[in-house]
Design a binder for this molecule. Sequence first.
Ligand SMILES: [Mg+2]
Length: 176
Amino acid sequence: MKQIYFDLDGVIRDTCREVLGYYPHQWDCYGPDGRPYCQIIEDNLRLLYTAPVTQYHEVIKKLPFVNILTCQPESWRDFTCCWLYEHFEFHQFDVIFVNHADEKLKILKPGDVLIEDYPLFSDYSQIALIDYPYNREVKGEIIRIHEPEELDAFLIMQRSSIRTQPQDIVLNEVRK
Ligand SMILES: [Mg+2]
């Protein structure tokens, strides 16, 4: 069964706005004091909890179930889980943490789609890209999404593919 996965930061949680206050043109960027983006977070992990939602959260929250696939250092994950419980219903989501963004592509099966903002994948054939200044060079994505309405329309098109209950994945495993 096809799955739709959602990246977290930049897609659901607006970490950029919380950390920098703007959307940079480069993926590897620095704060005003010269610290790398990830170091700013590492120095104040509470930012992961206080970050606001993106404009896409409202559309995504309407789904009966949300598969989240996110790359996070170990030290970020507790704060991220707290954020998720704050912004989704308790049984509404499942989260898979990976250590490097490239691991996400290995999790996708044929036909799966990942909603993402990351600009450095080797292959975008299964990626629906949320448009930001730092990913404008990307080519080969399924669709580039600029507004919540576009995401909503894309998700409606994919509707039959969206898993409605977490148990489905277990049943599929058993049937194999
Ligand atoms: Mg992201």
